[in-house]
Write a protein that binds this ligand. Structure first.
Ligand code: NAD
Length: 293
């Protein structure tokens, strides 16, 4: 059995999987691979699947399966798994780090000091305590963020068409209302037809003046041009994002000349601990697959 590790995983992974067969990172061997391991970089499209006639199992290390053509994989009898639980803490901590960094101007404080500027008067901070956080998508990551926000004394509102109760957030059903009440809005829903472009010119108009937006979900859940415009007008107080329309984004991305932003190169899942957890889950999935064969 050939296992192709197509994207970046913990360096210990090949050694852990050798007990199941040959392990390679050589993408030219796609045609011989029975198992392919991907994160978000490799796109398992119809063409990819057609070029891998021996493929039986695809494992996406991480949550979102939007880089896998699930319908075509099913048609071809290829099993697709993700490691959904592994990344929860890693992503929630990044979203929380962004929520702390934005109102504390940490990036600007650092870069201005390096430029020889002393912005002690200009960099007025605000606290999270007593502020309202609205979380769109109250699944694993949204809930983990809610737990952390509660610990910081925030009021937490949740919006999720499929979640009716949470121990850690007040679940509301009116999107306009939850957006309008929030000092912070954090996006944790998957990319679906009804979440694509959910934060746009119209929804941004309903935000509280100076609200902060955080996106560690999927880039296309926001309309970048509209977010950039809202930042430039001062309506949106700040925007932090880990996710983009494409990885990496093009140089002309409209966000790059917008003020009060913090950018990260899709590192939400990239903690050492998570990479090890993902490895353990992949080991378990392949172990079960081999047993069933
Ligand atoms: P999850 O499935 O546990 O939670 C997603 C929640 O979104 C679900 O409760 C679902 O009901 C809800 N939802 C669906 N449609 C919605 C809508 N229209 N409005 C509001 N909520 C809606 O998934 P999770 O593990 O919490 O991950 C959430 C997302 O985070 C993933 O789908 C992925 O896109 C993203 N993610 C990003 C990174 C990163 O590196 N930044 C890493 C992992 C996951």
């Amino acid at each position: 059995m050939l296992i192709l590790i197509s994207d970046a995983f913990d360096p210990s992974l090949p050694g852990r999987l050798e007990k199941y067969g040959e392990v390679t990172a050589d993408k030219n061997r796609q045609a011989d691979a029975e198992v392919v391991l991907v994160r978000s970089k490799t796109k398992v499209t119809k063409d990819y699947i057609d070029a891998a006639p021996n493929l039986k199992l695809v494992i996406r290390g991480g949550v979102g399966l939007d880089n896998v053509d699930l319908a075509y994989a099913r048609e071809k009898g290829i099993a697709v798994y993700n490691t959904a639980d592994a990344s929860t803490v890693a992503v929630a901590e990044l979203a929380f780090a962004m929520m702390i960094a934005l109102p504390n101007h940490l990036c600007r404080a650092d870069s201005s000091m390096r430029e020889g500027k002393w912005l002690k008067k200009e960099l007025t901070r605000t606290e999270l305590m007593g502020k309202t956080l609205t979380i769109l998508g109250m699944g694993r990551i949204g809930t983990a963020l809610a737990v952390r926000a509660r610990a910081f004394g925030m009021k937490v509102l949740g919006f999720d068409p499929y979640v009716y109760f949470s121990d850690f957030a007040e679940i509301r059903t009116d999107l306009t209302e939850v957006l309008g009440e929030a000092d912070y809005i954090s996006l944790h829903m998957p990319l679906l037809p009804d979440t694509k472009g959910m934060i746009n010119k119209k929804t941004l108009t309903g935000f509280k003046d100076g609200a902060y937006l955080i996106n560690a979900g999927r880039g296309k859940c926001v309309v970048e041009e509209d977010v950039a415009e809202s930042l430039k007008s001062g309506k949106l107080g700040g925007f932090a994002t880990d996710v983009w329309y494409s990885d990496p984004p093009p140089k002309e991305c409209p966000l790059f000349d917008a003020p009060n932003c913090i950018f990260a190169p899709h590192i939400g899942a990239s903690t050492k601990e998570n990479m090890l957890r993902i490895g353990t889950m992949i080991d378990g999935i392949i172990g079960e697959y081999v047993t069933r064969k």
